[in-house]
Design a protein around this ligand. Structure first.
Ligand SMILES: Cc1ncc(COP(=O)(O)O)c(C=O)c1O
Ligand SMILES: [Zn+2]
Length: 408
């Protein structure tokens, strides 16, 4: 199992013991998990990976869980990486791949982070969790909490996609719909968690969701024969997937599995909420709160990500960039991906396709580069957003009671 050694604050460097309950460092910095990679290197070869489980838990030696029985898995990870057949050729990207995270349990990559975080809750004896979410993390939290038999308290904006709300209720979670954004939800969890005895599973306020998400980086290397692409497009809200993959690349290099070549990391946001793009363009270390955030790509409606410094740092070190697209552009692009490749992408995935078009047009990327787009969720979760493109006469109340699928 794991070769975890300690946790370390990403801001002040203070170390902490594993096997205890942790949230943020006293200095406010997120904690990251470290492993004895020298020891791991001797015990686990990259060719051994293929013999592991057919889920992200094939990477258990570099995940934080100590006891196999703590693992709460619904089959997350090991998602397809597909080379495009028509889309790339049409856009002028000859070597274009899509990592389809919509295949995950609850239809998004959030399953990875929450499988890991909930497994750690089992290991540490935590029985009640609370999460502020832009939507998909809530669905995944509710599902894994149900699978683990622990209590989940969900805070999400009132206008999240209907799928997120119904999933959370179906999984038996306690749901509070908030007239506000994920930042307001985060404040509510912080205010109530001590009195209620909840463990706060907010993005980067606990150290384990990022560990689950980093497996997206291990998988892309495994699926490309232990090489990395030239560029990765990632739809960045909290940015944890991007930070996690960047961490995974360093770990794999230390394990001797990959070279020091790194992809250009491209953080994609939307015009209605682009704090990271603004900070990147201004050369700032951290982002500033984006006022009046709005976008149909619900997962990207994060006005001030806690991991902004880590994300901006990774993007800059990689020689990548940060770019925003409009809601119109990202919906068009999702539908192009659907019609060309048979992948019904979430708006967040569509945003990456729209951003790719822009970066090919302005010469930032070249036709022959090997490019991977992360479609972080399933389009099926966003029927309200796509209904705007395909309106249909509203059904009558009696239709909804069964008349839709059986003759009346
Ligand atoms: C489909 C989807 N894509 C991307 C994101 C952003 O994720 P991250 O926090 O890793 O930036 C979210 C977050 O809710 C999401 O639901
Ligand atoms: Zn610190």
């Amino acid at each position: 199992m794991t070769h975890v050694t300690h946790l370390e604050c990403s801001v002040c460097g203070k170390r902490r013991e594993p096997g205890r309950i942790h949230n943020l460092c006293e200095c406010g910095g997120p904690l990251l998990v470290f492993y004895d990679l020298e020891k791991t290197k001797g015990a686990w070869k990259r060719d051994d990976v293929a013999t592991g489980p057919r889920s992200m838990w094939r990477y258990a030696p570099v995940l934080p869980v100590r006891e196999a029985r703590s693992i709460v898995s619904l089959g997350e990870g090991l998602t397809p990486l597909r080379q495009t057949t028509r889309l790339g050729a049409r856009l002028g990207a000859r070597n274009l791949w899509v990592k389809d995270e919509g295949i995950n349990p609850t239809g998004s990559f959030k399953a990875r982070g929450l499988s890991c975080a909930v497994s750690m809750c089992m290991e540490l004896g935590i029985r009640k969790v609370a999460i502020p979410s832009a939507g998909n993390a809530a669905s995944a939290m509710a599902a894994y909490a149900a699978a683990a038999g622990i209590e989940a308290h969900i805070f999400m904006p009132r206008d999240v996609p209907q799928s997120n709300y119904i999933e959370c209720k179906a999984f038996g979670a306690y749901v509070t719909l908030v007239d506000g954004l994920i930042s307001d939800c985060g404040r509510m969890v912080a205010e109530r968690k001590d009195a209620e005895g909840w463990f706060d599973v907010s993005t980067l306020k606990e150290p384990y969701r990022i560990e689950g998400k980093k497996t997206m980086g291990y998988e892309v290397a495994e699926q490309l024969g232990w090489t990395l692409p030239d560029a990765i497009f990632y739809p960045a809200g909290g940015g944890v997937g991007l930070i996690g993959m960047w961490k995974a690349f360093d770990e794999m290099e230390a394990l001797g599995w990959i070279s020091n070549q790194r992809p250009k990391m491209i953080a994609v946001q939307t015009e209605g909420c682009q704090p990271v793009v603004r900070a990147f363009e201004r050369g700032e270390r951290a982002s500033q709160f984006w006022e009046n955030a709005h976008t149909v790509a619900a997962g990207l409606r994060v006005p001030k990500p806690l991991g902004d410094v880590l994300m901006l740092d990774a993007v800059r070190k990689s020689g990548g960039t940060a770019i925003a697209v409009s809601d119109e552009e990202l919906l068009d692009a999702s539908l192009e991906l659907g019609a060309d490749e048979g992948i019904f992408a979430a708006p967040e995935g569509g945003a990456c396709v729209a951003a790719l078009k822009k970066l090919l047009a302005n010469g930032f990327l070249q036709a022959e580069e090997r490019i991977v787009i992360y479609n972080t969720g399933a389009g099926l979760k966003y029927l309200e957003a796509f209904s705007a493109r395909f309106p249909r006469a509203a059904s009558l109340e009696q239709d909804k009671l069964g008349g839709l699928i059986t003759p009346r």
